[in-house]
Design a protein around this ligand. Structure first.
Ligand SMILES: Cc1cc2nc3c(=O)[nH]c(=O)nc-3n(C[C@H](O)[C@H](O)[C@H](O)COP(=O)(O)O)c2cc1C
Length: 260
C-alpha cells in the first residue's frame, strides 16, 4: 500500500484534478475513485488518508456516503478532507468528520458544473475560469504542504441545517431531472457518455444513447460529450459546457490512479 491514500469522487474533473495535485505534493499516493463502490476499502496501512469530493445539492454525491461506511482506516493515521464547490461546501465535510474524525479540512471553490442551474463561470468569490483553475492548483500545493506538516484544523466542520434539508430533498429531484435528458442530431454514437456514466444508466440503442432515471446528476455525460449533443431541457443548449481541462474521460473512469 502507498504511504498516502486519497478517496475521490469527481463528475467533471475538478476534484480529480485537485486530488492529483495534492498527491503530487505528497508523493507516493493512491487515488481511489468513488464514482462507483471503491475497489479498495481497507487502507489501514496508509499513513495519511484524504477525501476529495464535490458538494452536490448541499450534500455528498449519491452513493458516496454509503461507500464511506465500508472504509477502514487506522485510527492513528492522519485524516484530511477537501470539499470543492461553486459557492458553499454543504454537509459533506461534517459527515466525513463524524465517521473518521478529521484532523484537517479545507473548502476550495471552483467552476460550477451544474449547467442547468448556473453558467460554469458562476463561483464565489467570482473569478475568471483561468483564475479559478490557477487558484485550485495553488490551493492544492498549499494543502499538500500542510498535510505533510500534519497541520490540524482549529474547529470541526459545521453543517448548515438548510443544506441538510436541501440534500435530503435532492434524490427525488435528481431522478425527476434525469427524465429531461435527450440527445440532438449532433450525436455521433461515440459511446463516451455510456462509458462515463457511474450508474450504467445510459444504453446505446441503434447507435444513440438512451437515458434511464437512475442518475446522480454528475453530468459527466453532458459535460464531456465531444459533440455537446446531450441536453437537459433548452437552457443547457445555450450554455457553454465545462469540464476540468486537465482530466480526460479515460482518466475519470479509472478505479485507482497512482502518483509517485
Ligand atoms: C448536481 C450538482 C449539484 C451541485 N450542487 C452544488 C451546491 O449545492 N453548492 C455548490 O456550491 N456547488 C454545487 N455544485 C457545483 C460543484 O460542487 C462544483 O462544480 C465542483 O467543482 C464539481 O466537481 P467535479 O468537477 O469534480 O465534479 C453542484 C454541481 C452539480 C453537478
Amino acid at each position: 500500500m502507498s504511504e498516502n491514500v486519497i478517496f475521490c469522487y469527481s463528475g467533471t474533473g475538478n476534484c480529480l484534478d485537485m486530488a492529483k495535485n495534492i498527491a503530487r505534493g505528497l508523493g507516493d499516493t493512491d487515488i481511489i475513485m468513488m464514482r462507483r463502490a471503491p475497489t479498495v476499502t481497507d487502507v489501514r496501512g496508509a499513513k495519511r488518508v484524504g477525501f476529495v469530493f464535490p458538494c452536490y445539492a448541499g450534500g455528498l454525491p449519491g452513493g458516496v456516503e454509503e461507500s464511506l461506511n465500508s472504509i477502514q482506516i487506522n485510527p492513528v493515521s492522519y485524516k484530511f478532507a477537501v470539499a470543492q464547490c461553486a459557492a458553499y461546501p454543504g454537509t459533506g465535510l461534517s459527515i466525513i468528520d463524524s465517521l473518521f474524525h478529521l484532523d484537517y479540512w479545507q473548502v476550495v471553490t471552483h467552476q460550477c458544473s451544474c449547467i442547468w442551474l448556473f453558467p460554469h463561470t458562476m463561483m464565489m468569490p467570482p473569478l475568471t475560469p483561468e483564475g479559478a483553475q490557477k487558484r485550485s492548483e495553488s490551493e492544492a500545493a498549499r494543502i499538500a504542504h500542510e498535510v505533510l506538516g500534519l497541520k490540524r484544523s482549529e474547529k470541526p466542520p459545521k453543517a448548515n441545517p438548510l443544506n441538510k434539508i436541501e440534500s435530503a430533498a435532492w434524490p427525488k429531484l435528481s431522478g425527476k431531472k434525469a427524465k429531461g435528458f435527450s440527445v440532438s442530431s449532433m450525436c455521433i454514437g461515440c459511446g463516451t457518455c455510456v462509458k462515463l456514466c457511474p450508474k450504467e444508466n445510459i444504453r446505446m440503442i441503434d447507435g444513440k444513447p438512451q437515458f434511464g432515471t437512475d442518475c446522480l446528476q454528475c453530468l459527466s455525460c453532458l459535460q464531456y460529450c465531444p459533440q455537446e449533443a446531450i441536453t437537459i431541457g433548452r437552457i443547457t443548449e445555450k450554455r457553454e459546457h465545462y469540464h476540468n481541462p486537465n482530466i480526460s474521460p479515460d482518466e475519470l473512469v479509472k478505479s485507482i490512479i497512482h502518483i509517485d
